[in-house]
Design a protein around this ligand. Structure first.
Ligand code: AVJ
Length: 359
């Protein structure tokens, strides 16, 4: 949908910042060439999300084995109002208790909502609705590497919520957080609730998670908060099924990285000559995802000026999905300038939503 002057949402779609610049294209080339030359071979999860990849991820969220989305949605359906109340109470600090001497209750500062990796922003609706019960307007700042997902979700949300304004960032996390940190002081007095949902944190190892959370902390002011969705450690069968569903949607999502390399770098990967592999590494506490070569073969990537060879059974590592326990989440908060003030879980105890308050 073009945003012209006749677009009824144009005024409330403040901007879609395109931070996916030529630099991002160069980084994609560099990361891919470096990753395919490395031993073991490696590709990076942020490159899953071209237009088809974002759609396939939405489909993953609907397959029966992938419990994460449903578990988090259960938590948000049940607790969104409480989550927002805790974030808002934090946000107004002492003012929330009012001025005892005069009996004046300070009006709570309005919350704005920042979301990293917003995708189709389906679960976000619960929080938007909870916030709009408390205040007349809301500014929503989604960040997503997929410009197509961002544009679609912005328009859908603006259509649903006349009180919503959207300022969107088509960007990777690092670039967006650096940009937003530069604007921290010029932001209004209202507080920010940041969202990092769906176990997106799982793609980072411990150092990466710390770096990401410190960078996010740099965008927040004391008293702002972060709702962090983190998947919990559990039995191998449940985890491996969640990342290798019977319909083959996760396999398609993973192998789509090869389709993307064919399209963008003129590569000649025969996708049928590779298979999807998902293994729970219990010692490391993570599901590891690979693309495995079914036999020995050679692949050309003219756009990268490369030829790569695969042995039979050789794997490209494409993703880690780290699983947490509650102690590790508390420690992660404490190490990155937050306090894990509250935690909610789904009934079955599979998934956690953690409210990290910036201190
Ligand atoms: C988007 C990182 C949360 O790790 O569960 C799902 C990605 N990969 N199935 C996850 C994913 C394969 C997902 N995150």
């Amino acid at each position: 949908m073009p945003h012209t002057a006749t677009d009824p949402h144009a005024a409330r779609l403040r901007r879609i910042h395109q931070l996916n610049t030529a630099d991002a294209r160069a980084a994609f080339k560099r990361d891919t060439a470096g990753g395919l030359r490395a031993n073991p071979k490696q590709l990076f999860p942020k490159y899953f999300y071209d237009e088809l990849g974002s759609e396939l991820f939405d489909a993953i969220c609907l397959v029966p084995e992938y419990y994460l989305t449903r578990a988090e949605n259960e938590i948000l359906a049940r607790h969104a109002e409480e989550i927002v109340a805790v974030a808002a109470a934090t946000a107004t600090g002492d003012a929330a208790t009012g001025d005892a001497a005069t009996g004046n209750i300070a009006a709570p500062a309005p919350l704005a909502l920042l979301e990293l990796g917003s995708g189709s922003a389906t679960k976000t609706r619960r929080l938007i609705e909870a916030i709009l019960k408390r205040q007349p307007e809301l500014l929503y700042l989604p960040v997503d590497i997929s410009a197509s997902a961002l544009e679609a979700s912005a328009h859908t949300l603006l259509q649903s919520y006349p009180a919503l304004s959207v300022e969107a960032y088509a960007s990777d996390y690092d670039t967006a957080l650096a940009h937003l940190a530069g604007e921290r002081e010029s932001r209004g007095e209202g507080r920010l609730l940041a969202l990092f949902l769906g176990s997106n944190i799982g793609n980072f190892d411990r150092d990466g998670a710390e770096g990401f959370l410190r960078a996010l902390r740099g965008v927040l002011r004391d008293g702002d908060s972060l709702l962090l969705g983190a998947d919990l450690k559990k039995d191998r069968a449940t985890l491996e099924a969640a990342y290798d569903d019977a319909l083959g949607i996760t396999a398609a999502f993973n192998l789509n990285q090869l389709v993307r390399l064919n399209r963008e770098f003129g590569a000649d990967f025969n996708v049928r000559a590779f298979r999807h592999v998902a293994l729970y590494n219990e010692e490391a506490g993570r599901v590891e995802i690979y693309i495995e070569s079914k036999f020995a073969q050679v692949v050309q990537l003219p756009g990268l000026d490369m030829e790569i060879t695969f042995a039979e059974g050789e794997r490209i590592h494409t993703e880690n999905s780290n699983k947490y326990d509650t102690g590790a989440l508390d420690a992660l908060a404490a190490d990155t300038g937050f306090n894990c003030a509250r935690r909610w879980m789904d009934e079955a105890g599979r998934f956690s939503s953690n409210l990290f308050v910036a201190r």
